[in-house]
Design a protein around this ligand. Structure first.
Ligand SMILES: Cc1cc2nc3c(=O)[nH]c(=O)nc-3n(C[C@H](O)[C@H](O)[C@H](O)COP(=O)(O)OP(=O)(O)OC[C@H]3O[C@@H](n4cnc5c(N)ncnc54)[C@H](O)[C@@H]3O)c2cc1C
Ligand SMILES: *[C@@H]1O[C@H](CO)[C@@H](O)[C@H](O)[C@H]1NC(C)=O
Ligand SMILES: *[C@@H]1O[C@H](CO)[C@@H](O)[C@H](O)[C@H]1NC(C)=O
Ligand SMILES: CC(=O)N[C@H]1CO[C@H](CO)[C@@H](O)[C@@H]1O
Length: 414
């Protein structure tokens, strides 16, 4: 089949790669004006589904994770007040992105070796802003703008991987809203080599948390430049949730432009960042004050909830995947896993159009169940950490959703 994917971030690449390996021709349209995303990302956790996807489909066979085996909690003075064992794997957005690009369309980089290339033909068009679609009985037409020119392309199936503010979802079902939930998340990274040794030793091998009213802070180690995994060349990644009834000042960038959801790296207004550092000084443990203080290019995102009512539209000609289907709050550490899960599921169920017709309703049920669980889990965690007294060591745990048998995927070889 000819499959058009709108959005060339992680979900578009997971799905594009697995469908290419089935022999389908896959064409990605991405509106980013540069051929590659560069230096935009920070840390992510590689959950069960992400690791399984990589094991099945990454032929570069490159290690991408850093084991994270301890959960530590600090008090405001920086003393450890609680610890637990965990079994998580951290990685970075940019490493995963480059591994997927190497496999999908043979993009060379210093991140990984170029794998052999099999499967259907692929294309990755950047600077391609999709504006409209037209669906008829046996095809989908996608309209987009590229270099100020109007273009269109036809396919058998359209996969919408265009993120939490999905244009495709809005065209199909304008009633689904992305809602701000009254807090923002700041993120930053600091090279291990830039901070004191006593500090790195507090952070190594685990996730370190701090909780206070209206604040949650966490940090963990992720791969460094070009995906370096060796100690000394990695990054400390931090996330900091702060409540704000009105985030408009924070979302106004250094050029005075107002963003809806995210102010990217390098664009945060000077005063906003200065104020945050001040706030850090009087509210965080000393280790985290040092970390925030040493951060060069932070970025910030307004936290939101989003959940579509269904995954497949027009008898399966249009499919929503990744954040376009359901945007989880970052506490769940599961957005990437959901996107990988969609890639694995479509690989099982979209071998041909007739297969897809038969398998579609079971696909719909299984991905919607995961989507609803992720959104609910995120709401529970967000509420506990930002609007209630968070109980360290209590029942509610930050991090992955509990594994669920219904979303298990067969391990068989590709
Ligand atoms: C550059 C970048 C860096 C990120 N870094 C992190 C990180 O460090 N940690 C983390 O937890 N999450 C990060 N995320 C978010 C993370 O990728 C998602 O939460 C999750 O993995 C699901 O991804 P997604 O592909 O569904 O959505 P997204 O990652 O949001 O991707 C949607 C893509 O669709 C494209 N798009 C949107 N509208 C159109 C249109 N009309 N036409 C064409 N293309 C369109 C966007 O440009 C974007 O590339 C990042 C996302 C991006 C784009
Ligand atoms: C993409 O198109 C939409 C709808 O026409 C427009 O509002 C938006 O500004 C465009 N984005 C880019 C990056 O060109
Ligand atoms: C923060 O960094 C500045 C210099 O950039 C330094 O003078 C100050 O002491 C630092 N503060 C802390 C708490 O590390
Ligand atoms: C995973 C799954 O349910 N696959 C099914 C898709 O449809 C074909 C044809 O009916 C079945 O043979 C597969 O088992």
């Amino acid at each position: 089949m000819n499959i058009i994917v709108v959005g060339g971030s992680l979900a578009g690449l997971f799905v594009g790669l697995s469908l290419k390996r089935l022999g389908h021709h896959v064409h990605i349209l991405e509106r980013n004006s540069l051929p590659l995303f560069q230096g935009n990302g920070a840390g992510i956790f590689a959950g069960e589904e992400t690791r399984l996807f990589i094991k099945k489909f990454d032929r570069s066979k490159r290690d991408l994770t850093i084991p994270t085996t301890l959960l530590r909690y600090l008090d405001v003075h920086g003393n450890e007040i609680h610890r637990e064992n965990i079994d998580h794997q951290a990685t970075s957005w940019d490493l995963l992105y480059h591994i997927l690009r190497a496999n999908f369309d043979g993009i060379k980089s210093a991140y990984c070796q170029l794998p052999d290339d099999t499967g259907g033909n692929t294309g990755y068009d950047y600077d391609a802003n999709v504006t409209d679609i037209e669906v008829d009985d046996d095809s989908v037409t996608i309209f987009y703008e590229q270099k100020n020119e109007k273009q269109s392309i036809k396919g058998d199936i359209l996969i919408a991987a265009d993120g939490a503010s999905s244009r495709i979802r809005t065209l199909i079902d304008p009633n689904i809203e992305r809602n701000y939930v009254d807090y923002v998340v700041w993120r930053g990274t600091v090279p291990e080599s830039d901070i004191s040794e006593s500090l790195t030793s507090t952070f190594i091998g685990g996730v370190t948390f701090f909780h206070a009213p209206e604040i949650q802070f966490a940090c963990y180690t992720i791969p460094g430049q070009n995906g370096a995994l060796d100690q000394g060349r990695r990054l400390i990644n931090w996330v900091w949730y702060c409540n704000h009834a009105d985030p408009s000042e924070i979302l106004t960038d250094c050029h005075g432009r107002k963003h809806h959801w995210t102010v990217p790296r390098g664009k945060v207004a000077h005063k906003v960042w200065k104020d945050l550092k001040q706030y850090a000084n009087s509210n965080l443990p000393p280790q985290f004050i040092e970390l925030v203080n040493a951060t060069q290019l932070p970025f910030v995102q307004a936290v939101s909830d989003i959940l579509a009512t269904q995954a497949c539209y027009y008898n399966g000609r249009v499919v929503l995947v990744g954040d376009a289907l359901a945007g989880f709050r970052p506490h769940t550490a599961s957005a990437t896993s959901q996107a990988a899960f969609h890639g694995l599921q479509l690989w099982e169920k979209m071998q041909s159009w007739s297969d897809w017709l038969k398998n579609r309703s079971s696909y719909e049920d299984i991905v919607m169940k995961f989507a609803r669980q992720g959104v609910e889990h995120g709401q529970k965690l967000g509420h506990a950490s930002q609007f209630e007294e968070y109980k360290v060591g209590g029942k509610i745990k930050m991090g992955y959703m509990a594994a669920n048998e219904d979303r298990s995927v067969s391990e068989g070889s590709e």
